[in-house]
Design a protein. Structure first.
Length: 407
């Protein structure tokens, strides 16, 4: 085929200049059709239109002839198409993934937040003007500037890789996105370490008793929901998404969760996803027999309310995760303990299961984890108070024997 084409060109059978002219005319027509604003002739004989502008919304343009104003439009959209800004490539990538349902609205919002936090001025630069070294230096600079944790850097890396993959696919860059991260001079020792004491991460035995006692004595929908988390370890997003068809006195079937996202720059929106947070999240959570009365308590509170959800107000409107977090802080304050989020209940639940030597299989089944390593590394904490820890260590016979030798 290549030899035939070469022969046709060399023998004047195909005019390449004419073909290129046709291509240029077609591209020009497509770019003019892409233009969202009206092109019109004024009373003064000049031609007018607007061009999009990120800061002002739009800017006014005028030229002496129609051809000249169309040239302005074509150059604008050609530049946008052939050499977009990093911001434009990111938006295209992020919006497309949402459109194809590869990500949820919540992930779409989170990606925008990460991009807006880190890219700012860098995001306004034209992507073709940047080299691989520019991106490497950008990533390296973000760690000290924002005092990033390993997780924070991983989030930045994910967004950067996504937009670079989109740019590579559109042939806007020649280098491989993986090369950027391989060449970046980044070490684990650079990341800020987040160290939290056990007392910040879980409720100890005394605090758990205080919480449970208060919740039982003040049994409204909010408090019963918190109590249900203490007795099941379910996520707060799973709690507020729980429907009656998945709730029985002895078991909770986790089939969905709540997601939070932003529609543009407006307030956060809360919606139900018809699947759990992870694949392992599909599970049946067994409730302690002593607390199966919670089911009847919810039934009584929801009597006469027309809703498929259990976590609802008297008017039938569903409670969201934000409502539950505010109630958690309020209850902690009422009982006089350190305020904690609903997720700390989940860590407390996992720690209790581990303390009482529950089998690893049952722990991950109840928690909805893929591995016991996740439960042990991120959820299992020591719930003893400091003086109780001291007593435990002091009671070790070998330590007592060493002390006797000194005496």
């Amino acid at each position: 085929m290549d030899e035939m084409l070469k022969y046709a060109v060399e023998n004047g059978m195909i005019d390449l200049s004419h073909i290129q002219e046709c291509i240029d005319l077609r591209q020009r027509k497509e770019l003019l059709e892409k233009h969202p604003y009206k092109v019109y002739e004024g009373k003064d004989g000049k031609w007018y239109t607007y061009l999009p502008d990120e800061k002002k919304g739009r800017v006014f343009r005028k030229r002496a002839t129609k051809e000249e104003i169309e040239n302005v439009i074509v150059e604008y959209w050609k530049d946008k198409t052939e050499n977009p800004t990093i911001q434009e490539v990111f938006t295209e990538w992020n919006d497309r993934r949402l459109e194809l349902k590869k990500i949820s609205p919540a992930t779409h919002t989170r990606n925008k937040q990460i991009f807006n936090r880190h890219f700012r001025m860098f995001g306004e630069r034209k992507i073709k003007s940047l080299s691989m070294e520019d991106f490497i230096e950008f990533l390296e600079e973000q760690i000290p500037e924002f005092d990033l944790t390993a997780k924070g850097y991983a989030n930045l890396k994910g967004v950067t890789k996504g937009l670079l993959l989109r740019a590579k696919r559109r042939k806007l860059i020649s280098f491989s996105p993986d090369e950027v991260f391989e060449e970046a001079d980044v070490s684990e020792t650079e990341f800020r370490k987040v160290v939290k004491e056990d007392c910040e991460e879980v409720f100890d035995e005394q605090e758990t008793d205080l919480m449970v006692r208060y919740l039982i004595r003040h049994p409204d929908v909010w408090n019963l929901g918190i109590l249900l988390m203490f007795m099941s370890g379910i996520r707060v997003g799973e709690l507020v998404a729980l429907k009656w068809d998945c709730f029985q006195p002895d078991v909770i079937y986790i089939r969905r969760t709540e997601t939070r996202f932003r529609d543009g720059d407006g307030p956060y929106q809360y919606a139900i996803k018809e699947f759990p947070k992870t694949q392992a999240g599909w599970r049946a959570v067994v409730l302690p027999q002593a607390y199966q009365w919670i089911y009847d308590a919810f039934k009584n509170l929801n009597e006469g309310i027309d809703s498929e959800f259990i976590m609802v107000r008297e008017d039938g409107s569903r409670l969201n995760t934000n409502c539950m977090r505010h109630r958690m802080y309020r209850v902690c304050k009422e009982v006089g303990i350190l305020p904690r989020s609903p997720h700390k209940i989940r860590k407390t639940y996992c720690s209790i299961l581990s303390d009482y030597k529950v089998s690893e299989k049952l722990i991950i089944d109840q928690m909805g984890h893929t591995s016991i390593l996740i439960s042990n590394q991120f959820y299992n904490r020591n719930r003893q108070k400091f003086d109780e820890k001291a007593k435990t260590i002091s009671a070790i016979p070998e330590f007592q024997q060493k002390l006797a030798l000194v005496k």
